[in-house]
Write a protein that binds this ligand. Structure first.
Ligand code: MLT
Length: 394
């Protein structure tokens, strides 16, 4: 063939971080078929969907089986019942100005993060490091120029904006509670970023996928910060909150106040979604709506509490051992400094071989992740306690 390819794909690593880890674990399992594996690598939920949510989905399936209540293509931006339920959630968490018409339902945060560069021009991109690799990769794949702000032990992995506001208007990614570090911005920290974005004419893409894990007094949404509705898009998901990693549903908020060159960003996003996306199934959206109210909400909160108990157990061990870590309080992730100055991949091999524990090396999240390691609290309590016993012997 002599067609041209998008050679920007050569600018990203050959395999996606979690595919790489899955391959290594598969190999270990083949070589050690009798060893038990404790999976604390990818942040994938393990508790089943609550019955309150699946019964809403079952009812929706039954509706699909009857001529009178069958649903074909879903509305491209989501059914009103779900957009209204998400808007009610924003009211609950302190952002009543987010109304259903600015909420765009999708099949998950990862897709929206990957698709947003479609509507943005060739702006400089600022990304904290370490960070969820999808932000970097999806920009590199589109030929964008990425620069990093360093998260490290000195700033507890919560970097603040650069002091120099004399920069080109940029696209800035922020994830809070952060993946991978579990660190959460305070109101002051997030206000600093919003003020920086407004002053520099920049856009923030705020990833709130882990919002449900916040229990301390920290912002649940960027729209709690004054001015954010003029400079920020927010992306969120039912994956971690309602256990929808295998069901797929999320949303993006594009407020009306976001404008560049006299054009509303919502106009481009709506056009992009209408053209390239055919919506989320009725059954899925019914399940998602059920997770946001009544028994569904209670059940999802109970699942979050279960994972948080795992995180607390891990945090206790690392505190006792005097190992530096962030996260574990408002987040399902623990981000720890590898003992004995090991690199992340070295520690990965060491605990896989010694204990059968799989985690994620910090190197996979950027240069500043070197020598760090991410553990997830999404496993069973029993396995987490087993892992804790192993970590006590480090
Ligand atoms: C992670 O482990 O970082 C996440 O599960 C990946 C994702 O949400 O796509």
């Amino acid at each position: 063939m002599e067609i041209k390819l998008n050679n920007h794909f050569l600018d990203v690593k050959e395999t996606y971080l979690f595919s790489d880890i899955a391959k290594r674990v598969k190999k270990f399992q083949e070589e050690n078929p009798d060893r038990e594996i404790i999976r604390m690598g990818i942040g994938d939920v393990t508790l089943p969907l609550p019955a309150s949510v699946t019964s809403a989905m079952e009812n929706a399936v039954k509706e699909m089986a009857s001529k009178e209540t069958f649903h074909g293509y879903p509305p491209e931006y989501g059914y009103d019942f779900l957009r209204d339920a998400i808007a009610a959630h924003y009211k609950e968490i302190g952002a009543p100005a987010i109304t259903s018409n600015v909420i765009y339902v999708s099949d998950g945060a990862k897709s929206d993060l990957g698709n947003l560069p479609d509507i943005l021009g060739d702006n400089p991109v600022i990304i904290p490091d370490p960070v969820y690799p999808v932000y970097v990769d999806s920009n590199l794949m589109n030929g964008r120029k990425v620069s990093f702000v360093a998260g490290n032990k000195e700033n507890d992995f919560l970097p603040l904006p650069p002091a120099d506001t004399n920069i080109e208007p940029s696209v800035i990614y922020i994830c809070s509670p952060n993946n991978p570090t579990g660190a959460v911005y305070s109101y002051e920290g997030l206000t600093a970023w919003v003020n920086f974005a407004i002053k520099t004419g920049s856009l923030i893409i705020f990833d709130a996928a882990y919002e449900a894990f916040i229990t301390e007094d920290k912002p649940h949404t960027i729209y709690e910060i004054p001015g954010a509705d003029t400079c920020a898009i927010e992306i969120s998901s039912f994956s971690k909150f309602a256990g929808f990693t295998g069901v797929r549903c999320g949303w993006t908020v594009v407020p009306d106040g976001l404008e560049a060159g006299g054009i509303k960003l919502s106009k481009f996003w709506a056009r992009r979604q209408a053209t390239k996306f055919n919506g989320v199934s009725y059954v899925t959206q019914k399940g998602a709506a059920a997770s946001l109210s009544g028994q569904g909400l209670e059940d999802c909160k109970a699942n979050i509490a279960y994972y948080k108990r795992n995180a607390a157990a891990l945090a206790e061990v690392f505190t006792q051992k005097g190992i530096y870590f962030t996260g574990g309080v408002n987040s399902p992730y623990i981000w720890l400094k590898c003992p004995d100055n090991m690199g992340g991949w070295e520690f990965f091999d060491s605990i896989l071989n010694r204990f059968g524990i799989v985690g994620t090396p910090g190197e996979g999240f950027g240069e500043n992740g070197a020598g760090y390691f991410r553990l997830t609290a999404f496993g069973s309590y029993e396995n987490t306690l087993k892992a804790c016993e192993f970590f006590k012997t480090l």
